[in-house]
Design a protein around this ligand. Structure first.
Ligand code: FPP
Length: 253
């Protein structure tokens, strides 16, 4: 697997349009409560917002979109909400995968997939197989994912593969290929909807130099214009990666 360039070891190329956007889609429950609807109605509308997001991002030329759909801590939710969310992932995969494939989108699910049921596991394997050679945009969905889990599973896999590293001296270059997103450029822009301002154990390793954007907009209301607004904010940031402002503005920087 090709290793992505590290923002701490190199200075990545950046452009006006973020190459990789990572999102925490928060606020589905509150969107539903405001309308006196059950929480699952908010998650359903959230799925529609995912479709709009993917269409808008594709049109803008974004290459990678990564969504936090279910965290390792979301199992703590009431059992009926967890079960309905799993059902929603199943129906989304069943109903959307052909359209995504026709749009030349590669779909990838990351996370600890061992705890998901057999139907979801089968659909995930089929989605990977069907779309793995698509090249317009990579849509990664994190399910039963946690940033700490990812770093630990990568370190354990590294030590299993290279037992000689157990004494120490593990480098970024050694570890990165074992991370769930080891072949993907680090996110340029992180968006969290719903008003909370935290990372919630999402891509802890990969967000090292990502620009963070928080909005009060609830996820089901996040539309094409909301994405444009987030990108406009991104375009005003100076991405220094540890350098001074003068260095960043120099013509050959
Ligand atoms: C957080 O809102 C949202 C989730 C835990 C689930 C996100 C799932 C979807 C948007 C469904 C579709 C996903 C895909 C990838 C097709 P919340 O429930 O915490 O909202 P609240 O903070 O208002 O209670």
């Amino acid at each position: 697997m090709a290793r992505s360039r590290s923002s701490t070891e190199d200075i990545p190329q950046t452009g006006k349009i973020p190459r990789h956007i990572a999102l925490i889609m928060d606020g589905n429950g509150r969107w539903a409560r405001k309308r006196l609807l059950p929480r699952i109605a908010g998650h359903r509308r959230g799925s529609e917002a995912v479709r709009t997001l993917v269409e808008s991002a594709t049109r803008l030329g974004v290459e990678y979109v990564t969504l936090f759909a279910f965290s390792s801590e979301n199992w703590r939710r009431p059992a009926d909400e967890v079960s309905m969310l799993m059902q929603l992932f199943i129906s989304n995969l069943e109903n959307e995968i052909s359209r995504l494939h026709r749009a030349n989108i590669r779909v990838r699910i990351i996370g600890d997939l061992t705890r998901l049921g057999p139907r979801l596991a089968t659909l995930i394997a089929e989605a990977h197989a069907l779309t793995c050679n698509n090249s317009r945009l990579t849509l990664t969905v994190a399910v039963n994912y946690g940033g700490r889990w990812d770093i630990l599973q990568a370190m354990n896999a590294l030590l299993r593969t290279h037992p000689d590293k157990a004494g120490g001296d593990v480098t970024e270059a050694d570890l990165t290929p074992f991370l769930s997103m080891g072949d993907t450029p680090e996110p340029d822009l992180f968006i969290r909807t719903g008003g909370e301002q935290r990372i919630s154990n999402f891509l802890l390793w990969q967000l090292a130099y990502t620009e963070l954007y928080f909005t009060e907009t609830l996820w089901p209301d996040f539309d094409a214009e909301s994405l444009n607004e987030a990108i406009r904010s991104y375009q005003q940031r100076e991405r220094r990666f540890g350098r001074t402002s003068e260095q960043c503005c120099a013509p050959d920087s």
